[in-house]
Write a protein that binds this ligand. Structure first.
Ligand SMILES: [Cu+2]
Length: 177
């Protein structure tokens, strides 16, 4: 009789421990799914899935005070070329523009508010270096500039023209995945 009780007890023990194992597995699955969806939220914007990955961010702007493109999709950790052409007239009175790619999480308005006072540094003050991934020089009408950069981590990175008063219309996003 005792042996039968022991046997039944053992079976119950096995069933209970298996059930807990199953539950732990489910918990693990849930938490990894949450992490994955948070990562997606940080590296995705509407329409990004329709864009091809590029290693060449090519931008143009003129007197309209807008970039010709406002969304790019790149690979994190890969070398990217930024080529900016000011297609305005080659004239001393033409607007000058630049492209400043900011690290993610930087407030554009706050950045621009400090940058606008840095005329001697072409509106990219060295005091804000730690907030910048890369930037072109200030480009006159008919001229262009090219720089290379790497975005180390996946995320959404804003780019703006830091010439005073331009960032409101001259901005876009680079999504690194
Ligand atoms: Cu500009």
């Amino acid at each position: 009789m005792k042996r039968v009780y022991l046997f039944v007890f053992a079976i119950i023990l096995i069933m209970v421990s298996c059930g807990q194992g199953e539950q732990n597995k489910n918990n693990q699955k849930d938490s990894s799914q949450t992490t994955r969806s948070v990562e997606n939220a940080e590296t995705s914007v509407p329409g990004i899935e329709k864009l091809e990955f590029t290693d060449s961010v090519q931008l143009k702007a003129n007197e309209n005070m807008r970039y010709d493109r406002e969304l790019f999709r790149v690979r994190a950790g890969k070398k990217i070329s930024l080529i900016f052409k000011n297609t305005g007239a080659k004239s001393a009175t033409s607007m000058t523009h630049n492209v400043v790619i900011l690290k993610n999480g930087i407030d554009i308005a706050d950045f621009a508010d400090i940058a606008r006072n840095a005329k001697t540094e072409q509106y990219v003050p060295s005091s804000l270096d730690s907030l910048i991934i890369a930037h072109t020089r200030l480009v006159s009408g008919g001229d262009s500039d090219q720089v290379e950069f790497i975005i180390p981590k996946p995320g959404i990175y804003d780019f703006i023209c830091s010439f005073p008063g331009h960032w409101g219309t001259m901005q876009g996003k680079i999504v690194a995945q």
